[in-house]
Design a protein around this ligand. Structure first.
Ligand SMILES: [Zn+2]
Length: 75
């Protein structure tokens, strides 16, 4: 078991893996990482949507159908 690298996203995951309650520094680093990752991901998706609108629409409606089925199973 490596020592927890506090204040980093990796440290946050070490907390989770080791079952140690998360410290504020690691939680903050994880939030920043998620924000950065989410922002880059939506920008990349927007670019792909603009480059390949027909494929995007097809994939979107396929995923919408799957999501509806999943939600329907939960209800
Ligand atoms: Zn920590």
């Amino acid at each position: 078991m490596n020592p927890i690298n506090h204040g980093t996203n990796a440290g946050y995951h070490q907390h989770r893996r080791y079952g140690v309650p998360t410290c504020a520094e690691c939680k903050a680093a994880s939030n920043e990482y998620d924000k950065l990752y989410g922002r880059a991901s939506s920008r990349a998706l927007r670019r792909l949507r603009d480059l390949h609108p027909d494929e995007y629409k097809r994939a979107f409606f396929e995923e919408l159908t799957i999501a509806r089925e999943e939600l329907g199973r939960q209800l």
